[in-house]
Design a protein around this ligand. Structure first.
Ligand code: ADP
Ligand code: MG
Length: 351
């Protein structure tokens, strides 16, 4: 078993690149996620890896083996489609056994493999059930079993949780992650949901308009987004353009909209800044700390464990969040507050 390498891959539809010169390497056994908005090319890339479409340029390798021109059946890649694509007229057993029958495996071996994989996804005893008699979550697991039963080198999951309701989706995140860890199977998970990507992945590749914009661990991408698109797409953030900059020996003093002045760490490339809401400290009184600005709470969004505040800081607004007390939100709409924005919480972006 070896990892997957994508080299300068390109796929054009009607003169427009759906995958635009994409390269990366996935380690053997890694849980790797493609994250990006709808239409950015995630499914196209996954289908290229599975062999369902032919790239116009570039190459795909498993280990040292170039699989770019190998047919889909011979790639040893298991794909779970976004809509599951189960055969509705077949029962659970036949759906899962399908790929093994195509490969003409002996009947005993097929029975054993299907029984084993059903145990693995905790659906033993469901062999005879019709697909139409299964819940959404169960169908999802059957689709997963069908991909796993062929013991692929690489498992590809195209938005596998997007048809499930919120509670089940959270449970399945954990279940898929556990299963992947147990099997140590190289996995590509596709999602447009940043929270899914952050909680499940070892590494994430962020896509925009067919291009891979950043690759890193969830922590790296969240803490050090490469540009405004990544900062904004992953999590919630406050983005400001730098209007003016004055260098100082220790730090730079910048001015953003509303004539607000902030000190930032020294940088040669500062054009924009990004500040996460949870890094802004809200006080009732001005304690004179660096980067403290006055504001008024305009909106309070109670969100169970935390509240999100929209705060007017004179000419512009900023989002800050804070964990709630036993009784609810700490600050009320209309309150006058002081915001401290620690210098290290200000991420400097060049684009
Ligand atoms: P995602 O999965 O990220 O939502 P897709 O890979 O499905 O994005 O689509 C990427 C782009 O390629 C879109 O602009 C889409 O319209 C286009 N596209 C995908 N498949 C085809 C196809 N078979 N024919 C023409 N255009 C396609
Ligand atoms: Mg898609």
């Amino acid at each position: 078993l070896e990892g997957l390498t994508i080299k300068n891959l390109k796929k054009v539809f009607d003169g427009k690149a759906a995958i635009d010169d994409v390269s990366f390497e996935i380690q053997k056994g890694e849980f790797f996620t493609f994250l990006g908005p709808s239409g950015c090319g995630k499914t196209t890339l996954l289908r290229s890896i599975a062999g369902f479409n032919k790239p116009d340029e570039g190459a795909i390798y498993i280990g040292d083996k170039d699989i770019t021109n190998i047919s889909a059946e011979k790639r040893e890649v298991g794909l779970v489609f976004q809509n599951y694509a189960l055969f509705p007229h077949m029962n659970v057993f036949d759906n899962i056994a399908y790929g093994l029958k195509v490969k003409k495996l002996p009947k005993d071996e097929i029975n054993k493999k299907v029984t084993d994989v059903l145990k693995l996804i905790r659906l033993d005893g469901y062999e005879k059930r019709k697909i139409t008699e299964l819940s959404g979550g169960e169908q999802q697991r059957v689709a997963l079993a069908r991909a796993l039963v062929i013991e692929p080198e690489v498992l590809l999951l195209d938005e596998p949780l997007c048809n499930l309701d919120a509670k089940l989706r959270d449970e399945m995140r954990f279940e898929i992650k556990e299963l992947q860890r147990k099997l140590k199977i190289t996995t590509i998970f596709v999602t447009h949901d940043q929270s899914e990507a952050l909680t499940m992945s070892q590494r994430i590749a962020v896509f925009r308009s067919g291009k891979c914009v950043q690759i890193g661990t969830p922590q790296e991408i969240y803490a050090n987004p490469k540009n405004r698109f990544v900062a904004d797409f992953i999590g919630v953030t406050n983005l400001f353009e730098i209007k003016n900059i004055n260098s100082n020996s220790e730090y730079d003093e910048i001015e953003i909209e509303g004539n607000i002045k902030l000190n930032i760490n020294k940088s040669d490339v500062a054009k924009y800044i990004s500040i996460r809401p949870e890094h802004i400290v809200i006080y009732e009184e001005n304690n004179g700390n660096e980067n403290t600005i006055e504001g008024e709470i305009k909106e309070v969004h109670f969100n169970g464990n935390i509240s999100d505040y929209v705060i007017d800081i004179g000419g512009c607004t900023i989002k800050a969040s804070r964990i709630n007390s036993f009784t609810g939100a700490i600050f009320e709409k209309g309150s006058k507050v002081f915001l401290e924005i620690p210098r290290n919480a200000i991420k400097i972006l060049r684009e």
